[in-house]
Design a binder for this molecule. Structure first.
Ligand code: ASP
Ligand code: MG
Length: 404
């Protein structure tokens, strides 16, 4: 017998038939003798509608009232699922964030969970009651409803699993697991049985958007075993677990790509102490995330500085650079939005040499030019022209022996 948190995303509760299907899934786990708590998202499309309503009245809306509005989507599905479970003869009740309580900080619209009171739910689960918890929401220090940011019900589920000391947190979604790469562009992509938290985090941060990044961070910190699986097919999904739970570790777990970044080159900046700080500190202060950075060697006392920022931050980044132009002194700035970042991720890189070499050789054989390179302990990323994205991902998938 295990204690399981089951989380269902928006497409899994999109209409009454699907809610009935979810209830059947929950019933099955209960019948198998498990203690179950459920976390639900809003019905697919609902949160978008609620956000649009707020924006329709005022683009400068009060974030506390925004939270009051957008948190309602999850209230509806929690109540409906409790009814569906009761129809199956199960004892179930809905819980809003404030009733549990899910205590968050006061950053309305993107609050973080501080603490979840789990004792009452545990007692009730032991007595056979199924808590159906509204994801995405909590209560702030001002005693008002907060929400956790888009996609936040994944984080609700993981946090609840930690608070309830659950054996597993099953995240039911519309894909059946985590793949070695995007199956839409590589037909030979394979579903992974297991992946480490760190790999999942790296893949999530470079474009594989299966789980909210924050939920993976939390799972890693609290050591919550997470399973990603589909509510539409009957098959085990992918387990996201600690490294030592994976016996036969592949060197490379997966390959991700992102077309969300733009390349910026600042040409002919003076090559002297303080220049990088003069460029990047103002960017950071403007809340702009810089990802890859290269500085060229200098011959004539000046150097070129190339880096990437999110495409949506590009205009702001250029404004920031313009603001420091007199202080730094540079010749010109060029930008390129037609780029893609390709990342190879795997904890096996820590103990195996040659992963980066294989990547560069594979791309060279396809005649693909590398614009920028960056590495971390378990990741190698390159920036290339966007038109070669598919070609690069497919070639690398084969090169690392990941093809099904
Ligand atoms: N319903 C919220 C959203 O769409 C939370 C979630 O689904 O995770 O962002
Ligand atoms: Mg989601």
């Amino acid at each position: 017998m295990a204690r399981i948190v089951m989380k269902f995303g928006g497409t899994s509760v999109a209409d009454l038939d699907r809610i009935r299907n979810v209830a059947t899934r929950v019933q099955r786990e209960v019948a198998a003798g498990h203690e179950v708590a459920v976390v639900v998202s809003a019905m697919a499309g609902t949160t978008n509608q609620l956000v649009a309503w707020c924006q329709g009245l005022s683009p400068m809306f009060d974030a506390r009232e925004y939270d009051t509005v957008v948190a309602t989507g999850e209230q509806v599905t929690a109540g409906l699922l409790a009814i569906a479970l009761q129809n199956l003869g199960l004892e179930a009740r809905s819980w809003m964030g404030w009733q549990i309580a899910v205590d968050t900080d006061g950053q309305h619209g993107k609050a973080r969970i501080n603490d979840i009171e789990g004792e009452e739910l545990i007692t009730r689960m032991q007595a056979g009651q199924i808590p159906v918890v509204a994801g995405f929401q909590g209560i702030g220090p001002d005693n008002r409803i907060t929400t956790l940011g888009r996609g936040g019900s994944d984080t609700s589920a993981v946090a609840l699993a930690a608070a309830l000391k659950a054996d597993r947190c099953d995240i039911y979604t519309d894909v059946d697991g985590v793949y070695t790469t995007d199956p839409r562009i590589v037909a030979k992509a394979r579903k992974l049985d297991k992946i480490t938290y760190e790999e999942m985090l790296e893949l999530a941060s470079v474009g594989a958007k299966v789980l909210q990044t924050r939920s993976v961070e939390l799972a890693m910190k609290e050591k919550v075993r997470v399973q990603v699986l589909s509510s539409f097919v009957e098959a085990p999904g992918t387990l996201v677990v600690d490294e030592d739970e994976i016996v036969e570790q592949e060197i490379v777990a997966g390959i991700a790509y992102s077309r969300d970044e733009a390349k910026v080159t600042v040409r002919r900046v003076p090559d002297k102490p303080g220049i990088a700080a003069a460029i990047f500190v103002p960017l950071a202060e403007a809340g702009i995330n810089v990802d890859m950075i290269v500085q060229n060697v200098s011959a004539d006392g000046t150097t070129d500085m190339t880096f990437t920022v999110g495409k949506t931050d590009l205009v702001q980044a250029l404004a920031s650079l313009d603001g420091v132009k007199n202080a730094i002194g540079y010749a010109e700035i060029s930008t390129d939005k037609d780029v893609a970042k390709i990342s190879v991720v795997g904890v096996g890189m820590r103990s195996h040499a040659g992963v980066a070499g294989t990547m560069f050789k594979t791309l060279a054989e396809k005649g693909i030019n590398i614009l920028v390179i960056s590495t971390s302990e378990i990741k190698v990323s390159v920036l290339i022209a966007a038109e070669y994205t598919e070609l690069a991902v497919r070639a690398l998938h084969t090169a690392y022996g990941l093809d099904a």
